[in-house]
Design a protein around this ligand. Structure first.
Ligand SMILES: C[S@@+](CC[C@H](N)C(=O)[O-])C[C@H]1O[C@@H](n2cnc3c(N)ncnc32)[C@H](O)[C@@H]1O
Length: 277
């Protein structure tokens, strides 16, 4: 298509510094603008009340990374970057008391929509806030979890780890999934082009899409595996497992750069299982 002078420009993809405020502003706007499309495209795979850890389809019901489901009853659980709160709805079904936190108002409106459509009784407790500044008192939760929420998008992920530790009670579990750090070296392509390393795994310069004024409209931040482990330890958390789900035979769907082709050769998701020391 030939663009006329009034057409909005495609954002430019680049690698440059992006601080805490610029990253949060870009994420909030991007997720507000793209929540409808995200839920339309992935809502069926996620399910309204399932807990899926990532595009491989690893389901908490089978994985048990939060511990035995029976042990979730009566726990106060914080879900970070909850989107439409599908995971929180599964937690509530196990008898937990989840709070679903997200930066994006539109994502949380989808949570409300799902509650109203099918889960009228009660409804999910929703909070709009930034994961880097959690609006809760110290030791408010027995457990925290996040399926690709917030951590790939924040400039100061060490601050998120410290905030999670602060709001957890001693011994509380914190389990979060992120894009597997190895993926940073590869193009975000589901096909064969996504199988050749083109960038340094060690280059932490953020991936930024910016508009014609140079303002970030989408930001992703990279941490190596070692960076994540150090941030977890520095926050007073203990890493007890690092799960790298394999691509299962049954899953034939592509999700952005995640695909059966790449999934059989490269890890796509890393799930860190931690305990508050
Ligand atoms: C990939 S989606 C994952 C949503 C949900 N967990 C799921 O599996 O569908 C990432 C979510 O993180 C949220 N997010 C991004 N930056 C955040 C921040 N700084 N604080 C809280 N949430 C954030 C986005 O609004 C978005 O809903």
């Amino acid at each position: 298509m030939i663009q006329g002078p009034e057409d909005p420009q495609e954002p430019e993809a680049t690698r440059r510094r992006a601080g805490v405020a610029e990253s949060a502003r870009a994420s909030r706007r991007w997720w507000d603008r793209n929540a409808d499309e995200y839920q339309l495209e992935h809502g069926g795979f996620l399910g309204d009340a399932r807990f899926v850890w990532g595009p491989e389809g690893l389901d908490e019901e089978q994985a048990g990374l939060l511990g035995p489901a029976a042990g979730l009853k009566d726990l106060d659980v914080l879900e970070i970057g909850a989107g439409a709160a599908q995971c929180s709805r599964w937690l509530a079904a196990q008898g937990a008391r989840p709070v679903a936190l997200d930066l994006s108002h539109r994502q949380l409106q989808h949570a409300r929509r799902i509650d109203q459509d099918a889960y009228e009784a009660g409804g999910t407790r929703l909070v709009q806030a930034d994961a880097g500044v959690l609006p809760f008192a110290d030791a408010s939760f027995d457990m925290a979890c996040s399926a690709y929420g917030a951590l790939p998008f924040v400039a100061d992920s060490a601050a998120v780890q410290r905030e999670v530790r602060r709001v957890l009670r001693p011994g509380g579990r914190w389990v979060f999934s992120v894009t597997h750090p190895l993926r940073w070296a590869f193009p975000d392509e589901p096909g064969p082009d996504g199988l050749t390393a083109v960038a340094s795994y060690f280059d932490r310069t953020p991936y930024v899409e910016q508009d014609e004024r140079g303002l970030a409209v989408y930001v992703e931040h990279h941490r190596t595996v070692g960076d994540r482990v150090r941030e977890i330890a520095a926050a007073g958390l203990r890493l007890v497992d690092l799960v790298e789900p394999e691509w299962p035979e049954w899953n034939d769907q592509e999700w952005g750069g995640w695909s059966p082709l790449r999934g059989r050769l490269l890890p796509g998701t890393a799930i860190f299982v931690c305990v508050a020391a």
